[in-house]
Design a protein around this ligand. Structure first.
Ligand code: AMP
Ligand code: GLY
Length: 428
């Protein structure tokens, strides 16, 4: 079977690596991939923002199955373009991808279907935002301000008072700092608790939960500094108690999928629910319509079922016949980023120590922003450079292995958090 993977980050490295463990997979193509993926798959440098072109290329290559990593192509309708050409695709339609592509759509959808989430208001003008700040709707400050559209993890601001709030509102609605993504905003009650990422595979009829993972979104140790795409993650058997997982499925995942169906927009692919585990139970922070990054780097190493079988079952609507098996090991991923991320990205620093890092037991090195320069040297090519993942019998062992490997890799300006997975298990 020929499989095409869309994307070029750590998540896609993990997807390609996992697909190749199946004997049914003869060849993997990846658009655009990265320096690590080129060792495993044929990388094609094509524009992910051209859905019809991607579908035509896949058809020419005789690809049997395509899976999309990042959100933007999905929000632009890449699944629809592949379906129009009769190609098997894992990922939701443009309409269903609006769950991630528009925070206004997502919040109003949750309201319609009584899915637990933070109280909110939608604003299009500074005046409307002022009125909300001056009302008691959101329970006082802090308040969360979110741009409606995609913003690569940079569209969410937690503001501590009215003045700061108005500054952010002005930057989004008037100065258009995030362009069209900030044409409308959501103002939201600030929730407190522990965050967890809960993902399910679904073919539109059946859902199959993945093992839960915890993502570390903030740049600095102790969850300080700006939000990023994710600085690390872990997944371990005791991360979320089974009763709580069942509650999340019953109160959140099922109503979401049924609500979509009722609105005539069935969802096929991977639904990712970002949750805050509050004193009043789990509440939705956001939906993503794809695998998370770096979460995928700790989830897929724990999957024992053939991944291509899972993806095929999603595309073919036969998920009901498949039983997912997961390993009892723990996995930890430490993201190595470049200094300046997420504000600025420096590229072109030579990376060394990869071989030593990969020699450590249980270690998997997933490339993200890497490429070969003209001299053939491995160099940095993005904010998040490598996901250093390790499996272990215990979380502590996985963590120790991941950090030993993270220390072995060097490049100028290497930055990583030192507290990934240094936590007690989440509440029950
Ligand atoms: P989102 O992209 O909506 O998930 O937001 C990114 C991050 O901002 C989340 O992972 C949370 O850490 C934080 N966040 C978003 N919404 C809220 C909220 N209502 N209360 C507290 N934190 C939030
Ligand atoms: N790690 C968060 C995300 O993939 O959106």
């Amino acid at each position: 079977m020929k499989v095409l993977v869309l994307g070029g980050g750590g998540r896609e490295s993990a997807i390609v690596w996992k697909l190749l463990q199946s004997a049914r997979v003869e060849q993997v193509y990846c658009i655009p991939g990265n320096a690590g993926v080129t060792r495993m798959a044929t990388c094609l440098d094509l524009d992910l923002k051209k859905p019809d072109k991607l579908a035509a290329v896949a058809k020419d290559l005789g690809v049997h199955l395509t899976v999309c990593g990042p959100e933007q192509p999905l929000v632009m309708g890449v699944a629809d373009a592949f379906t129009r050409l009769g190609l098997r695709f894992v990922g939701p339609s443009r309409m269903a991808a609006a769950l991630e592509g528009s925070k206004v759509f997502a919040k109003e959808f949750m309201s319609r279907h009584h899915i637990p989430t933070a109280t909110f208001a939608v604003c299009e003008t500074v005046e409307e935002a002022k009125d909300i700040f001056d009302s008691n709707l959101l329970d006082g400050f802090p308040v969360v301000v979110k741009a409606d559209g995609l913003a690569a993890g940079k569209g969410v601001f937690i503001v501590s008072d009215r003045e700061q709030g108005l500054e952010v509102v002005h930057a989004l609605l008037v100065a258009r700092k995030l362009g069209e993504s900030g044409r409308r905003i959501v103002l939201e009650e600030c929730l407190t608790g522990v965050e967890a990422s809960f993902l399910v595979f679904t073919d539109g009829k059946t859902l199959a939960p993945l093992v839960p993972a915890r993502d570390y979104k903030r740049l600095g140790d102790g969850d300080t500094g700006p939000n990023t795409g994710g600085m690390g993650a872990y997944s371990s058997p005791d991360l979320l108690e089974p009763g709580l997982q069942r509650k999340i499925v019953r109160q959140i995942v099922q109503p979401t999928l049924m609500g979509l169906q009722a609105e005539g927009i069935p969802f096929k692919g991977i639904l990712y629910v970002g949750l805050m585990l509050t004193d009043q139970g789990p509440k939705v922070l956001e939906y993503n319509v794809r695998l998370g990054d770096p979460e995928t780097q700790v989830i897929l190493p724990r999957l024992k079922t053939s991944f291509v079988d899972v993806l095929s079952a999603i595309a073919d609507g036969t998920l009901e016949t498949l039983e997912l098996k997961w390993s009892d090991e723990s996995a930890v991923c430490v993201v190595l980023a470049t200094a300046g991320y997420p504000e600025t990205v420096t590229t072109g620093s030579v990376i060394s120590g990869i071989e030593q890092a990969e020699l450590q037991p249980g270690v998997l090195l997933f490339h993200a922003g890497t490429k070969r320069d003209e001299a053939g040297r491995l160099v940095t090519n993005g904010g998040r450079v490598l996901g250093v993942t390790a499996l272990g019998d215990t979380l502590a062992q996985a963590r120790q292995r991941a950090y030993a490997a993270a220390a072995a890799v060097t490049f100028q300006g290497k930055y990583y958090r030192t507290d990934i997975a240094a936590v007690s298990p989440l509440p029950r």
